[in-house]
Design a protein around this ligand. Sequence first.
Ligand code: NDP
Length: 325
Amino acid sequence: MRQIIIIGSGPAGYTAAIYAARANLRPLLIASSVEAGGELMNTTEVENFPGFPEAILGPDLMMKMQAQAERFGTEVVLDDVVSVDLTGDIKKVVLGSGAKHEALAVIFATGSAYRKLGLEDEERLSGHGVSWCATCDGFFFRERVIAVVGGGDSAMEEANFLTRFADKVYVIHRKDTLRASKIMQDRAFANDKIEFVWNSEVVGINGDETVKSVTLRDTVTGEQNELALQGLFIAIGNDPRVHLVHGQLDLTPEGTIAVAGRSSKTKVAGVFAAGDVIDPHYRQAVTAAASGTVAALDAEQYLASLPEDLLAQADTSDLELTPTA
Ligand code: NDP
């Protein structure tokens, strides 16, 4: 049995791991089998993470976080958690491989998943013109006409990035003003390859084998029209990944895991949550990292309060650590 298991490998998970490992809690971090590193793996330059004045690529930042967590003794497993049992003092975590792990404390840092439009043909044409990740799929749209759906920072970032490949990038937004930050808006407005399609929602994605066009509905007049294009990037936000804890933890009206005040404490003793999965508002890499710190400190305090006989069941053998400089 472990002292602590951390589920998730974004900034919240890795930061929790760095703190827990430095507290000699020997964390096991379950990083996901396909999406290890979280959302920043799908991003290009991160310009607002302190300490990197020249910006850093999202995947590079995550690799550094992982290396930092491992340096102090975190064990990282590339697998998915398929179920958890949070009742009792000893929490149980089952992985896709069938492996079963136990721990006295669990931190959920499961982040959020791309939101979908909910259209019939969205799944069918996923990978055939429909994508949620410009950095993953942009390359396939050289000299094509494509569109990004959404009016937030993600949509602006994706649209700007995609102009490296595509001849033209429409930004389809359901309102006539953007939610994105001023700097991201200005960049998109200044980009000659980007054209905004205001007050429009995508109500149909058309094409037999690959995307050929989208059907748009004017949100003011209700009129419909077709826009020819070969790719559709959906960047309309994310929903917290809470499927593992349904029925075990309380959720907020926004769908995030409910925690007490500014802490990471869920309603179940020994179970903590951090990062985007508890944060419907700020959702930044740096706030997620800070939230991971809070969770590790809360977990550390919780473990210190447990009776000796329970703690003695957890594996606390000494680690061989990379010596510090
Ligand atoms: P946001 O929630 O900020 O924006 C989502 C956008 O999608 C909104 O414009 C929203 O429209 C639109 N939308 C939502 N649902 C639908 C739908 N069903 N159909 C059509 N449009 C829809 O999400 P983001 O992913 O853009 O950003 C999330 C967070 O991450 C933010 O805090 C953002 O600042 C941050 N971020 C920061 C970046 C950076 O600083 N470099 C880069 C990327 C993200 P409406 O406006 O009408 O609600």
